[in-house]
Ligand binder design. Structure first.
Ligand code: DQA
Length: 142
């Protein structure tokens, strides 16, 4: 099984970015956590991050064409991007919408998601540990 873990804007700054909200794990720690989980599960896990919406759309097209499951932390795009939603809607395998923070405990604009109703499941508020739980669940379905 191959899984793409896609991260949107500002997630490359994990560790430095609002640690009270997102924790102290860095983006490098997140990549290592996902890759380590993949090794434990015998799954190929590829982790990517971009601050550019068009690049994210392209990666979702690739996942759709390859029929890969996706763990997607779309960051702020979650709350307003029809383009990211339309690309994610083309996936043929599971889509896990993921947020490090519990967006429902935060500002009202974060309560809206353009992804939840096209996602297989939503994980929010479990910190970076949510990524390894998402990967474990996907491996169980395989
Ligand atoms: C986030 C929550 C979003 O509201 C925010 O814009 C992010 C990160 C999270 O992981 O908690 O960039 O998706």
């Amino acid at each position: 099984m191959k899984v793409l873990v896609l991260n949107g804007p500002n997630l490359g700054r994990l560790g430095k970015r609002e640690p009270g909200v997102y924790g102290s794990a860095t983006y490098a720690d997140l990549v290592e956590l996902c890759e380590q989980t993949g090794r434990e599960l015998g799954a190929e896990v590829e982790v990517r991050q971009t601050d550019h919406e068009g690049e994210m759309v392209g990666w979702l097209h690739e996942a759709a064409d390859e029929r890969w499951p996706v763990v997607l932390n779309a960051g702020a795009w979650t709350h307003y991007s029809v383009a990211v939603r339309d690309a994610a809607a083309q996936l043929h395998s599971a889509l896990i919408e993921l947020h490090i923070s519990n967006v429902h405990k935060r500002e009202r604009f974060r309560h809206t998601s353009y992804l939840s109703d096209i996602s297989t499941a939503v994980i929010a508020g479990l910190g970076v540990r949510g990524y390894s739980l998402a990967l474990r669940w996907l491996a169980e379905q395989d």
